[in-house]
Design a protein around this ligand. Structure first.
Ligand code: FES
Ligand code: MG
Length: 571
């Protein structure tokens, strides 16, 4: 590509006052003139933050990317965007995913960048950055931060999925507070994001399956030297992508999304995949629906034995061959012609990938579980859909009828769940309202609500749970999530009452309340929204514009893109 056709030349190759202003202030960072004379300028979009512990090593990672960019003849400029730490942000990092995507989109478009490297780690940082970048559509590559080393506790391996177990064991008296403190000390032993196939790992696999990263991006642990090597190579690759004008829209085709859905099923990926993939598809303008997620998951068995659907950890996945070995095992099903970031196809990249441990990565002929993926449910409780992850559910409960025990919101749930007088048994179905996008607001990860203490004491380990919220990708159980329309938008969920008989039938993909249409209509006519819209600020904007979960919970006015062109100058 000729220097003058670089996008950055619209800043740096200018004469007179404008060129002077664009160049002179950059030079105060010690940049010699020749660096701005026709080299591809590569933005490194960094979500480093000490408030995002999973991304706290990203300044180092950015240095590796820069070395690669420089080696390939580009010029790197690192910039920050709002970062989202899953564990610290209240009420939920999901409330801000769309806000970060706006930050990324406007930062990329407004600046003299020819290509972008997205440094993504903790759950929401990946979809937020990819969504924003899609709405600009420059050459873009993703470098994930990598997972933590496997946690250790009293002689055994632990990961984030154990938190939910520990919590129930503590409540039922099987674990002491001293043991819990030991577990807390051994959970997070290194740089990186959650060490199981939770949402962060799911997102890292999603970008690799979509073709947005180099092969092996998904599973190299954060502290492994190979992670820095991958960052360096990605820095080199983005310069090539700019020279060859390989943009997101060339990679993110309908077939690329189908590949990502199939890979997500094979790895037992998080249910959060659904809302993030749909939102990304909406930005790049590819038509992907909830029905596509069900359809393309349906025939794919579980090929990776990873918590929470299986036994192992992300570190084990890497040592067993990483995502390339999984994609190789799945290759007969994948669209092999899809283009990826390195200019090669999925077939080229993964045809020769090898698996090294059949305990962790298996074949289509001998899957760990024939049930996998994400099943989309429909019925009078969820006219637009709801999701369940069968591989993380209890087989016995996949067809179950029982009376509803209804919590009006999260405060009601917290107040009453452990009340010995609560009228609940193991056949009851727990229903939690008002934890959807508009309702909470932000659709938090509370859908795998803990079971009543008196049932835990009886040894009950799972019950059917239904909500309009999400669940941590590390969570498990027979948990129906993302009910759409949500309660706060007047969905049928809002009018369910204690004792209503609900039937979940995963095989037939239905979720149904035993209520006549007349009864539902009468209750809806009397329904009043329980929670007001925020009085001001971003939260008000979010509540007024967020779409329902079955569409990806993006803001309605952010759908699509505005390209990379900016015609007016700043002075
Ligand atoms: Fe950051 Fe799990 S908390 S990935
Ligand atoms: Mg999470």
């Amino acid at each position: 590509m000729e220097a003058t056709s670089l996008r950055s030349s619209q800043w740096f190759a200018r004469d007179g006052k404008d060129g002077f202003i664009y160049r002179a202030w950059l030079k105060k960072q010690g940049i010699p003139a020749h660096e701005l004379e026709g080299k591809p300028v590569i933005g490194i979009c960094n979500t480093w933050s000490e408030l995002t512990p999973c991304n706290s090593h990203f300044r180092e990672l950015a240095e590796s990317v820069k070395r690669g960019v420089i080696e390939a003849g580009g010029y790197p400029l690192e910039f920050p965007v709002m970062s989202l730490g899953e564990t610290l942000i209240k009420p939920t990092a999901m409330l801000y995913r769309n806000l970060v995507s706006m930050d990324v989109e406007e930062s990329v478009r407004a600046n003299p960048l020819d290509g972008v490297v997205l440094l993504c780690g903790c759950d929401k940082t990946t979809p937020a950055l990819v969504m924003g970048a899609c709405s600009v559509d420059l050459p873009t590559i993703v470098v994930s931060g990598g997972s933590m080393l496997t946690g250790r506790h009293m002689g055994r391996s632990i990961g984030t999925s154990d938190i939910w177990r520990f919590s129930e064991e503590l409540r039922s008296g099987k674990m002491t507070t001293e043991e819990l403190a030991l577990a807390e000390a051994g959970m997070c032993r290194s740089d990186g994001h959650c060490a199981v196939m939770g949402t962060a790992s799911t997102m890292a696999c999603m970008v690799e399956a979509l073709g947005l990263s180099l092969p092996q991006n998904a599973a190299i642990p954060a502290p492994d030297a190979a992670r820095k090597v991958l960052a360096h190579l990605s820095g080199m690759e983005i310069v090539k992508m700019v020279r060859e004008d390989r943009r997101l829209s060339h990679i993110l085709t309908r077939q690329a999304f189908e590949n990502a859905i199939m890979v997500n099923a094979a790895i037992g990926g998080s249910t959060n995949f659904v809302v993030h993939l749909l939102a990304i598809a909406g930005r790049i303008g590819v038509d992907v629906t909830l029905a596509d997620i069900d359809a393309w998951s349906a025939e794919i068995p579980l090929l990776a034995n990873l918590q929470p659907s299986g036994l192992y950890f992300m570190e084990d996945l890497y040592y067993a061959g990483g995502l390339p070995a999984v994609m190789n095992a799945l290759l007969t099903r994948l669209h092999k012609d899809c283009l990826t970031a390195n200019g090669k196809t999925i077939g080229d990249n993964y045809r020769h990938a090898t698996g090294y441990n059949p305990e962790v990565i298996t074949t289509l002929e001998a899957p760990f579980n024939n049930i996998s993926g994400i099943v989309v449910l429909k019925g009078n409780i969820c006219e637009e859909g709801a999701v369940i992850k069968p591989s993380a559910a209890t087989p016995r409960l996949m067809r179950h009828s029982g009376p509803a025990v209804v919590f009006e919101d999260i405060d009601d749930y917290k107040r009453r769940i452990d009340d010995p007088a609560l009228d609940v048994d193991e056949n009851s179905i727990l229903v939690l309202k008002n934890v959807g996008p508009k309702g909470y607001p932000g659709m938090p990860e509370v859908g795998n609500m803990g079971l009543p203490a008196k049932l835990l004491a009886k040894g009950v380990t799972d019950m059917v749970r239904i909500s309009d919220g999400r669940m941590s990708g590390t969570g498990f159980g027979t948990v129906v999530l993302h009910v759409s329309p949500e309660a706060a938008a007047g969905g049928t969920l809002a009018i369910l009452r204690d004792g209503d008989i609900i039937t979940l039938d995963v095989a037939n993909r239905t979720l149904h309340a035993d209520l006549s249409p007349e009864e539902i209509a009468a209750r809806k006519a009397a329904w009043q929204p329980a929670h007001p819209v925020a009085a001001r600020g971003y939260v008000q904007l979010y509540q007024q514009h967020v779409e329902q979960a079955h569409l990806g919970a993006d803001l309605d006015f952010l759908k699509g893109g505005s390209g990379s062109q900016v015609t007016r100058d700043s002075h």
